[in-house]
Design a protein around this ligand. Sequence first.
Ligand code: NAP
Length: 251
Amino acid sequence: MTDTRVAIVTGAARGIGAATAVRLAREGFAVAVCDLDEAACAGTVGTIADEGGTALAVGVDVADTARANAAVARVAAELGPPVVLVNNAGITRDNLLFKMSDDDWDSVMSVHLRGSFVMTRAAQEHMTKAGWGRIVNLSSVSALGNRGQANYSAAKAGLQGFTKTLAIELGRFGVTANAIAPGFIATEMTAATAARVGVDFEDFKAAAAKEIPVRRVGVPEDIAGTVAFLVSDDASFVSGQVIYVAGGPRA
Ligand code: NAP
């Protein structure tokens, strides 16, 4: 076991999670690359290894308490006690309220809210023991309300309250908790949204960019850079905050 700090990033097989895992490895963390399918983590782990970093692929459904606990225990045994947790795993099940099924609602709550809760409960034990820790939860601008996303916006708003409570409870142990609320980030998630509404992804991004003050959509590295700051020692006095990373102001 070395002095290298260990970070867990969920949903890290692709998109924002993959970029975050790669960035944290560049910052010197040993990174547990967690996703539903362990084999799907190979790309992210390979990128980190090619750059000389340390990474471990971990298959876990974050919404499953037993698997989440086992994943955190495995990371602690194989990489070292995790002191950074990025709750990034997410899904969408968009529909207008009158067409939204119970399953659409429950699935989204399970992954975002229950998943973040059980992963955090398991990981905080290591952070409080170490007297240092960083938790970053992925919220969204959708927390402010978004047509067709009653489930997702409720979950993302819920994560903001969860984050603030973590900050209050864990601050005395040297653990900070913050949320990042991304705007439009070009990933498979937003590509799937474009496909669902029948718009070419390039056109979809161009239309979105017109509404964004900096006149571009985001890329996963925009979020990874914000995570890198929040988990750094420089951010030790930043806790319980929601940082909108959206190319412009949000309420
Ligand atoms: P993405 O490309 O869809 O990647 C999400 C990853 O999470 C996938 O690899 C997915 O695995 C994994 N995942 C889903 N359910 C899981 C579970 N139960 N356990 C473990 N892993 C699971 O999404 P993204 O765009 O990078 O988004 C990442 C996070 O940022 C999400 O929380 C999302 O809500 C949030 N966000 C994204 C945007 C955006 O514009 N893209 C904006 C605001 C917030 P599978 O491939 O196997 O499903």
